[in-house]
Ligand binder design. Structure first.
Ligand code: ZN
Ligand code: ZN
Length: 180
């Protein structure tokens, strides 16, 4: 399995390094860092001062190399889909692409002093969550499982950056079926 990492312009290189190291460690697979993706012009909603997740995913699919099995797109901008106020991330279920926003994982977003370690911890959990969707996993009722739905950072802080036993077995079966 090869996981590509695609930073959207603006994400700090050091943050991408840390996230890439986590992906390598967590999945034990090869990774490839792609050049920064320019923010698509139609992605910004001036009314909401947010970026539309779907526009980002579309732009990412256009640059996805064919040999990359899964593509993790990372932005530091606040993102939304029309039916929700905001989202931490989005994924194509059993599709190749997952999107993660770092914006609301940062303490600064809530008027607090920045804590990079906490931001990265939260990002790790949401990476396992969104990539989990791309492997076909659905939301889990175990609040500590990475596949639990999070609607705020408190929910994320309760979770682990790993899957519960049931989700882990499900994932192993799916990866085996894919030959990964
Ligand atoms: Zn989810
Ligand atoms: Zn679970």
């Amino acid at each position: 399995m090869l996981i590509g990492l695609l930073p959207v312009e603006g994400v700090a290189g050091a943050d991408m390094d840390a996230l890439e190291a986590f992906v390598t460690r967590h999945y034990g697979c090869a990774t490839r860092r792609l050049p920064d993706l320019a923010m698509p012009a139609d992605g910004y909603d001036a009314h909401r001062s947010q970026y539309e997740a779907t526009a980002l995913l579309k732009a990412a699919l256009l640059v996805r190399p064919a040999d990359v099995d899964r593509l993790l797109v990372v932005t530091d901008k606040d993102i939304f889909i029309p039916m929700l106020t905001f989202i931490f991330g989005q994924a194509q279920v059993e599709g190749p692409t997952a999107l993660l926003s770092l914006a609301r994982l940062k303490q600064e977003f809530y008027g607090m002093t920045g804590r990079r370690d906490l931001m990265l911890e939260r990002a790790h959990k949401e990476i396992v969550h969104e990539l989990g969707h791309t492997f076909g996993l659905v939301h889990c009722q175990d609040r500590q499982c990475a596949m639990a739905l999070s609607i705020n950072v408190t929910n994320i802080d309760i979770k682990r950056d790993s899957l519960c036993g049931g989700c882990a077995r499900n994932l192993a079966g799916r990866l085996e079926a894919l030959g990964w």
